[in-house]
Design a protein around this ligand. Sequence first.
Ligand code: UDP
Ligand code: MG
Length: 308
Amino acid sequence: MKLSVIVPSYNEEDNVSLFYDEFVKTFKSYKGEYELIFVNDGSKDNTLYELKKIVDKGKNIKVVNFSRNFGKEAAMLAGLKESSGDFVSLIDADLQQRPEVLLDMVNLLEDHLEYDCVCAYQDSRNEGKVLTFFKNCFYKLINKISDVNFVRGASDFRAFRKSVRDALLELSEVNRFTKGIFSFVGFNTFYFSYQAEERTNGTSKWSFKSLFKYAINGILSFSMVPLKIATILGGMTIIGSFIYLIVALLLKVAISTLMLFFLISFFAGVQLLMIGVISEYVRLMCDEVRKRPVYIAKEVLVSKKYKK
Ligand code: UDP
Ligand code: MG
């Protein structure tokens, strides 16, 4: 049995070698074979140089080198396309997700034929209360308005069978929201509790703004409810204005200029907001229609000792 390990790497010059050494040490006890697929996602530091050193010294190593930074989603997709194992796994390069945990996950998958995927999740994360609050809100909201189920704390840190990989690649969307894609394809998933370590070196690439944008993309990709809200709000507004008209006529109340001004600006605001929601969907559709590649790989480096 062969395992493909995909490692998205962006500005991880101080981590990739450490990761490689830790990984090799840990997987000495692994019964099967493995290949390591690093994806250099347009790093601006010396990550590529460090990865080339690994290609030179290691065996069964591939490095997909992107022409620029395309984001972790694109890096994971490139890794999936390059993978040839019976089992495939996704793990970060910064050692927050430990190779020992991955080995346990892969062993679990090998021993339990009833599971197709093992997904590492965290009960709690070492992060600020505000971020935790927003994340809770996101999961509550998306689970209410989407047909697929999102598990709170479930990460991209996963090991799965080839059949799951093939299903993931069937989804050809350009805007990829892997959390949702995994939920969409289904399969029997075992949720494996783990605690992420502190980052070994460097900083996280996620800011509050980028997380917010990511969450919005996720909602738009996996729910049509925001569009329905426009219709519901429109209907409610029409009914409300009729009720207002009848009450005003019966009670013979005069509409003040102030009230009129408020109503006009309020409904203009609601309409603009709804146009905003629609244009967000149009934006995503534009990306899908253009069918631009999700990433551009400049080259794929393969170690001398590479067994297909
Ligand atoms: N990453 C990537 N492309 C990006 C951003 C991140 O390939 O544009 C990689 C990064 O090198 C790391 C993983 O994705 O291996 C997770 O990123 P990070 O550690 O910044 O996320 P966090 O752990 O803070 O959620
Ligand atoms: Mg990290």
